[in-house]
Ligand binder design. Structure first.
Ligand SMILES: *Cc1c(COP(=O)(O)O)cnc(C)c1O
Ligand SMILES: [Zn+2]
Length: 468
């Protein structure tokens, strides 16, 4: 199928020393000149973005149109790489920014100052749908028949869903063996994706899927794909929209492959460039201690964007150390169990744009923070708990002011990983040890334990009166 491509968009290498440009129909995941990552860029003079962010509100009256209903594509003017009539949407991005006062008190900011951006409400249950709708739209524009990804679970669930709903492509997914939660695996299987379970972890699967995509000409939808990140920019646009277009003080997000943090930085850089905001929020990217490459490089080895002249030796040396020590990523927060983040350089740029910081949090801190979120009624998966745990740490350190307005991104739905939640609340010590103890989690600080009673009415009534 041949469709008109946007004539205002192009791709460009992010390295300012290279800056090589490619057409929007060029399918590539890095620069042919220097191997760097690519951005989707726009000729804003011809793209005609809105004059003020509030103009987007008028589009609500057109929400009978699927592309306007979508929480991604109603911001099409800020990601116009495909004509609006060509976008593929399944209703992604209908998510909310929830003021969470109980979580605020846990984090240590004033009541009314903490917000949770709940991306678990997406059709496949994670923020990945924001990016997949954009990558999928591009794949369809260029006539791809098959799409592939390596995944810790949510990317594959999202890809499988788009393929199944639209019937435009076949999904081929690569997962590390034993590294995926059942909630996520069940989606890929149910939606009919070809699921390739390789003996290895996510980092291994990522290497293989790149090779397979290259050799078989399959369209790759991991976050190295610059079109995916265009869709993920809209998470920030929805945050701004919910705050009546006021910029919050902090955005706190878990860091895995660093696609989200990179996309957020790009969103704010563009909004600044277009004069649609007058300052960027600060960005905090939170690693798990068992998968802390960004933390190590940024906070301990002072690796910086440095105007695009990143000291490659620093990151190469660190990754070589990991290999020499045979250290594999290990955290209960499987969605961020990644040691070789593919978007590292873009994330450094985002940290530069947003005066960012990076922190690491333990699995104990992650699972306790997750329980606090759950107690507020909008549950999340473990990786998302990292943002709340990280915000708490930054308040304790005095980096985040208790009077600040803080937005934590809840990246995935609670039901994605019920094993971790049940193990946390269980009275069964074996289960706790198996699922959490092996990760160094020692206690369930906020456990809500089930009460065991005999099948006997007076006993049941006694138990209810005792505990309620
Ligand atoms: C993918 C994912 C992450 C990590 O996001 P990156 O963009 O890879 O840093 C975090 N949480 C959840 C639930 C995810 O699915
Ligand atoms: Zn280049």
């Amino acid at each position: 199928m041949s469709v008109p491509l946007s004539d205002v968009a192009y791709q460009q290498c992010i390295s300012p020393d290279c800056g090589e440009q490619y057409g929007v129909a060029d399918v590539r995941i890095n620069c042919g000149q220097c191997g760097g990552l690519l951005d989707v860029r726009y000729d804003w003079g011809r793209a005609r973005p809105p004059e003020k962010l509030g103009d987007f509100q008028k589009l609500w009256s057109e929400r009978h149109e699927p592309a306007r209903f979508s929480g991604v594509w109603r911001f099409h003017d800020l990601l116009p790489f495909a004509p609006l009539e060509q976008v593929v949407t399944v209703g992604e991005g209908q998510t909310i920014l929830q003021q969470a006062d109980a979580v605020a008190s846990y984090v240590g900011v004033r009541s009314g100052g903490l917000f949770l951006q709940y991306e678990g409400m997406n059709p496949s249950g994670s923020f990945k749908d924001n990016g997949m709708t954009a990558a999928f739209t591009h794949a369809r524009m260029i006539g791809a028949k098959r799409a592939a990804c390596a995944s810790t679970g949510n990317t594959s669930a999202s890809l499988a869903m788009y393929c199944a709903v639209t019937r435009h492509m076949k999904a081929v997914i690569f997962i590390g063996s034993g590294k995926i939660s059942y909630g996520k695996l069940s989606q890929a299987l149910d939606y009919g994706a070809l699921t390739v379970q390789i003996a290895g972890d996510f980092d291994d699967a990522m290497v293989r899927v790149r090779e397979v995509a290259r050799d078989l000409g399959i369209y790759l939808v991991n976050s190295v794909n610059p079109f995916r990140l265009e869709g993920q920019k809209t998470i920030m646009l929805r945050v701004l929209e919910a705050l009546r277009w006021e910029v919050p003080d902090w955005i706190v997000v878990p860091g895995g492959n660093l696609g989200n943090s990179s996309a957020f930085g790009k969103a704010f850089a563009e909004l600044l460039e277009l004069g649609l905001i007058d300052r960027a929020p600060r960005l905090a990217v939170i690693n798990a201690t068992g998968a802390n490459t960004l933390y190590e490089l940024y906070e301990n080895r002072s690796l910086r964007w440095n105007g695009g002249r990143i000291d490659q030796q620093v990151s190469d040396a660190y990754l070589a150390e990991l290999d020499a020590a045979q250290r594999k990523a290990s955290t209960l927060a499987s969605a961020i169990e990644i040691n070789r983040p593919v978007n590292l350089t873009k994330c450094l740029r985002a940290l530069d744009t947003c005066d960012g910081v990076v922190r690491e949090v333990t699995d104990q801190e992650i699972i306790d923070a997750k329980a606090q979120v759950g107690a507020g009624g909008i549950g999340c998966e473990p990786a998302s708990g990292a943002s709340v745990a990280g915000a708490r740490k930054l308040v304790q350190e005095g980096v985040i002011d208790p009077d600040a307005r803080v937005v934590c991104i809840l990246t995935g739905h609670q039901l994605k990983d019920p094993d971790a939640t049940v193990a946390y609340h269980t009275t069964d010590q074996d289960r706790f040890d198996r699922v959490l103890g092996t990760r160094g989690v020692k206690r369930a600080s906020f456990a809500n334990r089930a009460v065991a009673v005999p099948n006997d009415l007076p006993e049941i009534i006694k138990a209810i009166q005792l505990y309620s």
